[in-house]
Design a binder for this molecule. Structure first.
Ligand code: SF4
Length: 197
């Protein structure tokens, strides 16, 4: 592991833990910075912490996290080999949707996380991360049904060349179980692109 990357992430984490830049700091239990390998080739970006994430200070540890773990296992990967983060680092009360001013306040942290890790692939989980990440590369994301499973070849000075693959948030299958087949097909794309890196 590149120690430099870990050091940079540790310093950034300290900064985020003390953040009061938006109203969500008032209601959070814990900041959910993100976790995984600083050398990950594949980074997953979700929306925001939910109840269990807020309780534990870790990303994707509730029901949606169990779905994510299964999907990761289905392509032969574990959490320790990838990096998992969210657009927002603090839980919106009652899991309401992120507000534009919260996204604006928080995403500089995500930008810095991505710039430190410099993944070769980013898998966006759900609408918010998809529109934020593709938007960074000047791509206006359409609906999830039109962008999921597609591979976007992107590049920027900050991140270099990166492949962005949007897919549905794992929580989708909790209220729409029939979506699992669609999501699995997206993950087959993720697996094949990952293996080609
Ligand atoms: Fe700071 Fe982000 Fe938490 Fe808002 S959500 S307080 S910007 S860390």
């Amino acid at each position: 592991m590149e120690q430099n990357k870990q050091d940079k992430l540790d310093r950034l984490r300290e900064e985020v833990l003390a953040c009061t830049a938006c109203q969500l700091h008032k209601t959070r239990t814990n900041v959910v910075f993100g976790e995984g390998s600083p050398d990950a080739k594949l980074m997953f970006i979700g929306e925001a912490p939910g109840y269990w994430e807020d309780q534990q200070g870790r990303p994707f540890v509730g029901s949606a996290g169990k779905v994510l773990d299964k999907l990761l296992a289905s392509i032969g990967l574990s959490r320790s080999e990838v990096y998992i983060a969210n657009v927002l680092k603090c839980r919106p009360p009652k899991n309401r949707e992120p507000r534009p001013e919260e996204i604006k306040a928080c995403t500089p942290f995500l930008d810095r996380q991505m710039a430190i890790i410099r993944p070769r692939m980013i898998c966006t989980l759900g609408n918010y991360s998809t529109s934020y990440v593709l938007g960074k590369f000047g791509i206006k994301a359409g609906s999830m049904s039109s962008v999921h499973g597609r591979v976007y070849r992107c590049s920027s000075l900050l991140l270099g060349e990166v492949l962005v693959i949007p897919t549905y948030h794992p929580a989708t299958v909790l209220y729409k179980p029939y979506m699992m087949d669609t999501i699995k097909k997206d993950w087959e794309v993720i697996e094949s692109v990952y293996k080609s890196l």
